[in-house]
Design a protein around this ligand. Structure first.
Ligand code: ADP
Length: 156
């Protein structure tokens, strides 16, 4: 049986930290679906289609990774993808606390789904999408926090 994991998130934008989690995850799972959550309540920097396009460009030609936009509950999306695993990344104790709570809820909502937490390499622990959005807002260059070769301007 294929081991399928969903890696859900806002990915606004997808960072070096997110990529580290996917790259490590791909050694564990046969397939990873990167799920770009479309939460219309939250107005972000990029729209979900732009976020997904950036990630698709990054993993184009890699049959082990697919990218999808989803609305609604993550556990329902995992079911739709026939995923047995929900992959998340952890940077610090604050992330851990949040992810632990989510796991407790998701376990109740979807008992067969296993949450897998991977820890970020320390050099990426300070990187967050929100810091990048702020940097871009004030005219800074986010290149060093993004996967190599990503030109964020292309996606606006
Ligand atoms: P969400 O809004 O669902 O938290 P994010 O796009 O912020 O979406 O994050 C998606 C996942 O990636 C989360 O599990 C988050 O903890 C993890 N993550 C975010 N930044 C990093 C990073 N620098 N290193 C490792 N994991 C990260």
């Amino acid at each position: 049986m294929q081991r399928i994991a969903v890696f859900p998130g806002s990915f606004d934008p997808f960072t070096l930290g997110h990529k580290a989690i996917v790259d490590e995850g791909i050694d564990i799972f046969d397939h990873i679906v990167i799920g770009v959550g479309d939460n219309s309540e939250k107005r972000g920097m990029l729209i979900p289609e732009q976020r997904a396009r950036l990630i698709e460009d990054l993993y184009r030609g890699n049959p082990k990774i697919s990218v999808r936009i989803y609305k609604g509950l993550t556990v329902d999306f995992c079911r739709e993808c026939q995923a047995q695993f929900l992959l998340r990344g952890v940077r610090n104790a604050v992330d851990f606390e949040y992810e632990h709570n989510m796991q407790l809820i998701n376990e109740r909502l979807s008992p067969g789904l296993t949450t897998v937490l991977l820890f970020t390499p320390p050099r990426y622990a300070a990187i967050s999408s929100s810091i990048i959005r702020e940097l871009v807002h004030f005219g800074g260059d986010p290149a060093q926090f993004l996967p190599e070769g990503v030109d964020l301007k292309k996606y606006f």
